[in-house]
Every structure is written in C-alpha cells, then in structure tokens.
Ligand binder design. Structure first.
Ligand SMILES: Cc1cc2nc3c(=O)[nH]c(=O)nc-3n(C[C@H](O)[C@H](O)[C@H](O)COP(=O)(O)O)c2cc1C
Length: 175
C-alpha cells in the first residue's frame, strides 16, 4: 500500500477482537524509534502491557469506563517522556516551550507507532483520558517521567467511518 493511502485508512478503533502479538509489537516499536527527536536524545519511553492480568488491572483501574470498553481485547502501550531533558541544556529550558518539546518528540514517536501498526495490519486507539497516578503505581514508572497516553493495539472488530478533517486552508497559511 502507498504510504499516503496508509495514512488515509488509519482510524482510531474502539472495538478489538485480539491483541497485537509480541513479535509484531517489537517490530512496530522498533520502527517507531526511527522518529526524529531533539538532538537525538530519544527521551520517549513506553511500557508494553501484554499479560492478561496486568491488562485487566490497568484497564479496570486506570481508564474511565468508555476507554475500558473501547480498548478491551487489545494490548496496551503506556507512553511517557523523561522530563527536563528534551529542550533543556544544563537543567534550564532552551526556550519558552520547556517540556512541551518532550511531548512533541513523544507525539512524533507515537505517530510513527500507530502508522507502523497500521502497516502491520493492526488498529490502534490513543487514549489521553486516563489516571496517571494509578498507571505510575501499577507499572512502577519513575517520577521523572511524564505519563502521556495509553495506546490500544490490536486487531479491530469494527471499521469506523473516517472522521472529517478541517479544510487545509482553515488550519494552514501559505506565505
Ligand atoms: C492525544 C490524543 C488523545 C486521545 N484521547 C482519546 C481518548 O481518551 N479516548 C478516545 O476514545 N479517543 C481518544 N483520542 C482519539 C481521537 O478522538 C481521534 O484521533 C480523533 O477523533 C480523530 O479520529 P481518527 O483517529 O479516527 O482519525 C485521542 C487522540 C489523541 C491524538
């Protein structure tokens, strides 16, 4: 499939019949590591939850009911970045964006991840509505990492309709 077609067909899927298998998770996460990052610092991290017990605990305690339902049956990837590294020099922010650059790098990595998943025949759902404190406790994530999203990865059971995008001219200015 052409890359632009892959981008067009990717959807956020809210119904799963099977989780991504381990070897494919390794392939897509390795591909995602090719994302560019500030000074190649690679401060994005992820925690891949595959065991049925850990999945059940994370889903039931860290996600609201609607995201629990949407991600049932999928593997879950918790994504974080190490704070005060990306966009910082000698402990001081390089500019006004501060840790926004860490989130920027992580977003790029996760964009690569969802597209690599789509290329391998998997569906994904990025979830930003989650309880970071519960996730940190359950997965023992260090305090210096900002917990961002939980990404469901698996074989979807329903193909949702595409969601409309704003006209390019509304979000872009050519100068
Ligand atoms: C940072 C981020 C957080 C999101 N959080 C949620 C969420 O908590 N629950 C959910 O159902 N969808 C969530 N989404 C999915 C968006 O609703 C979805 O990407 C958007 O509606 C466009 O649909 P599409 O991905 O199918 O093109 C999130 C997406 C992003 C990028």
């Amino acid at each position: 499939m052409e890359f632009v077609d892959l981008i067009q067909m990717r959807r956020s899927v809210r119904s799963y019949r099977a989780p991504a298998i381990h070897d494919d998770l390794v392939i897509m996460l390795t591909a995602a590591q090719q994302a560019p990052s500030w000074k190649n610092l690679q401060a994005s991290r992820c925690y891949v939850v595959e065991s049925p017990e850990a999945l059940e605990a994370l889903r039931s305690q860290a996600l609201p009911a609607f995201n629990q339902n949407s991600s049932a049956g999928a593997a879950l990837v918790v994504t974080t970045y190490v704070r005060d590294v990306v966009g910082f020099t000698a402990g001081k922010p390089d500019n006004e964006v501060g840790n926004g650059w860490g989130a920027y790098d992580l977003g790029l990595r996760d964009a690569y991840l969802v597209l690599a998943a789509a290329d391998l025949g998997y569906d994904t759902l990025i979830m930003g509505i989650r309880d970071a404190d519960v996730i940190r406790r359950q997965l023992n994530i260090p305090e210096n990492e900002e917990i961002m999203s939980v990404i469901a990865v698996g074989k979807g059971s329903k193909a949702p309709a595409p969601r409309a995008r704003k006209p390019l001219g509304e979000v872009t200015r050519f100068i």
